[in-house]
Design a protein around this ligand. Structure first.
Ligand SMILES: [Cu+2]
Length: 653
């Protein structure tokens, strides 16, 4: 990136300090070539203006060597998996020229970025860029944080095949303050975590989610495999760090390392640990936290189902957990001596994987309990070799509070929402509350499964919850009332949503989402274009008196943080008698963003439905002050693509 960072500039503010063992002095650097085997190469900035970053990305099929001696056919930006690292500083203008050489339409969604609606890249913001054509994205960089970019058409297939890249927005003052605290930016590394599902020939296994692909897939996948990919999210058999299987990083003992970690996997939750080391999480989706959060390594416990073996501690609160699309900014200091090797490990936990039951001819009949859920042994992601001369050990002082870009301050908006009307375990549709219901139906014999994210008022559903009979309302996973799509539900209800029936919100207002999860699995909720601040998750269980299962309600709260993606935990009990409600405070304010110069969003809305890839029909956004339509969805890409996605219109007051 361009621009000169203000080295050594004093960070003004009152700090206390958290001491972490580390080194100090001239050796506070990593060994020569420390990251050369796994660094994601940066995109070339072709613009000489120091305040404009302008890059070209070409999406096309290519071959890469993931397994030794095997060329795997992938889809890549500029031939790289992951895509080139794009860096810019707050205040810059970022211009990206996308050229599509894929065999199908594509777009780029700038995940976590505050930008004008028409630059968002969602299937609501634009039509897919057809094969052979180009599209230019342009927006101003407002928030310093670790983001990423990926397609938003057939995201399950395109992202999984390799189209995902890191997007790092920096604030030089923030970086200088961290450097002053003893955290050298020369040891910062971006880690893009992913997995790929490869067959015996080292090629990607067929995808099972698009209608077209579903038909095709029947020649290559059994209905059971189709249903598994869809309901559990596609989990790969090869784990990748920056596109490589178990790459090696070189470090010195006592020299603190900063990792910007991005989980770009379709369905794999990245639960991370470095044995013998505490990780300090200093930031996440929306930039730096107020305070570093220490995260001890994940311990092994006796498997309650089989005392002869051990499993990773099943409590997801233990260790660093990144649901698909989440990011973490962590610091840790290698304490091992020269010649020793550490590993960044992936750990399993029970996230609600379903087992698929079939009949004698292979048709899918039902879901069953997945007894291995959460019990996969730990796997190594990254080798960390301690090499070079060991420097003297002193202390790294992480300031408290952590420095934070004045351009994107962390303002607590959770106090601006009124939770007094919320029944603790009952979602409401009054006042500031915006209930969103996540659910899905039973599998069809073909393996297809319908998902939904229902956003409109669902009085019947709310009443059913109040009377603890939600299973009646959720007949085959469909809300019995509502305006989302004409029956029968197709595999892609999102395409049937009409703009005129979407939720209307007003620019500037503060609301809270109540994301209600009826399912037995975790789902990562992702909001486009706006940060939210997680307040709490309420685990509601009305039990089953006849089976002796007691009722209970448990509430988990969250630290102050700006986020765009969050794990929505599974229901704690049986279907219809239990659910979770995750409450997120959010201010729908995009008034600081550049006016849309083209009015593309309004144009698209007026174009109306143009096949399933368009957002839908409606009157659009006639007022030039309107923001546009914004989507939110589950970021297990198979779920989002199958309908666990909805949107709202943001209009001028
Ligand atoms: Cu999901």
């Amino acid at each position: 990136m361009k621009g000169c960072f203000l080295r050594g500039m004093l960070w003004t503010g009152m700090f206390s300090f958290t001491s972490v063992v580390s080194s100090a002095g001239v050796n506070n650097e990593n060994p020569m070539g420390w990251d050369q085997r796994l660094r994601v190469e940066a995109a070339t900035d072709v613009n000489p203006d120091p305040n404009i970053v302008e890059v070209y990305l070409t999406a096309q099929e290519t071959e890469v060597e993931i397994l030794p001696g095997v060329m795997t056919t992938v889809w890549a930006y500029n031939g790289q998996v992951p895509g080139p690292r794009i860096e810019a500083k707050v205040g810059d203008t970022l211009i990206v020229h996308l050229t599509n050489h894929l065999p199908q339409g594509t777009s780029i969604h700038w995940h976590g970025v505050e930008l004008p609606a028409e630059m968002d890249g969602s299937n609501l913001a634009q039509h897919a860029v057809p094969p052979g054509e180009s599209f230019t994205y342009e927006f101003k960089v407002l928030n310093a944080a670790t983001h990423w970019y990926h397609p938003h058409f057939r995201a399950n297939e395109q992202t999984d095949l390799g189209l995902a890249g890191p997007l790092i927005f920096r604030d030089p003052e923030e970086e200088a303050a961290l450097e002053l605290a003893g955290l050298p930016d020369s040891t910062e590394l971006t880690l893009v975590l992913d997995d790929m599902l490869l067959d015996e020939a080292g090629q990607p296994v067929a995808f099972a989610t698009e209608e077209l692909e579903l038909a095709k897939a029947h020649r290559t996948l059994h209905p059971k495999e189709i249903a598994e990919q869809i309901v559990n999210g596609r989990e790969g058999n090869i784990l990748l760090v920056n596109g490589q299987k178990l790459p090696t990083l070189l470090v010195r003992q006592g020299v603190p390392q900063r990792f910007r970690i991005i989980n770009v996997a379709n369905g794999r939750f990245m639960r991370l640990s470095i044995p013998g080391h505490t990780l300090y999480r200093i930031g996440g989706d929306g930039g730096l936290l107020k305070e570093a959060i220490p995260i001890p390594p994940i311990d092994q416990i006796e498997d309650p189902g089989d005392p002869s073996r051990s499993i990773s501690n099943p409590d997801p609160e233990v260790g660093l957990l990144l649901a698909p699309s989440e990011r973490a900014d962590i610091v840790f200091t290698p304490s091992r001596q020269r010649g020793q090797t550490l590993y960044l490990e992936w750990h399993d936990f029970p996230r609600g994987r379903h087992r698929i039951l079939t009949d004698s001819v292979g048709n899918v009949t039902a879901f069953g309990d997945e007894k291995t859920d959460g019990k996969t042994p730990p796997r190594k992601l990254l080798r960390i070799r301690v090499v070079g001369k060991t420097p003297p050990i002193s202390a790294l002082n992480l300031p408290s509070p952590l420095p934070r870009s004045k351009h994107s301050p962390l303002m607590d908006i959770r106090g601006l929402v009124d939770l007094s009307n919320t029944g603790q375990g009952i979602p409401e549709n009054t006042g500031q509350a915006l209930p969103v219901f996540f659910g899905h139906g039973m599998p069809q014999p073909s393996g297809a499964i319908n998902f939904f994210a229902a956003v409109q008022e669902r009085k019947g559903l709310l009443d059913a919850i109040r009377t603890k009979t939600a299973e009646v309302a959720l007949s085959n996973g469909r809300p019995v009332e509502g305006k989302v799509g004409p029956p029968p539900f197709g595999p892609r209800p999102f395409s049937a949503v009409e703009l005129s029936t979407a939720l209307d919100l007003t620019i500037g207002e503060v609301r809270f989402w109540e994301v209600v999860n009826f399912t037995g699995a975790d789902h990562p909720f992702h909001m486009h274009g706006f940060f939210f601040q997680p307040i709490e998750t309420v685990f509601v269980n009305f039990g089953d008196e006849t089976a002796g299962i007691p009722s209970n309600i448990k509430t988990v709260t969250y630290p102050l943080e700006n986020k765009d993606s969050i794990r929505i935990p599974a229901r704690p009990g049986i279907l219809g008698k239990s659910w979770t409600i995750t409450r997120l405070a959010i201010q729908f304010d995009d008034s600081a963003r550049a006016e849309s110069p083209l009015g593309l969003m309004r144009t698209h809305a007026e174009l109306g439905a143009s096949g399933k890839e368009a957002g839908g029909t409606g009157t659009g956004f006639p007022n030039p002050g309107d923001s546009g339509g914004w989507v939110f969805h589950c970021h297990i890409n198979e779920h989002g693509d199958q309908g666990m996605m909805s949107f709202f219109n943001l209009v001028a007051p």
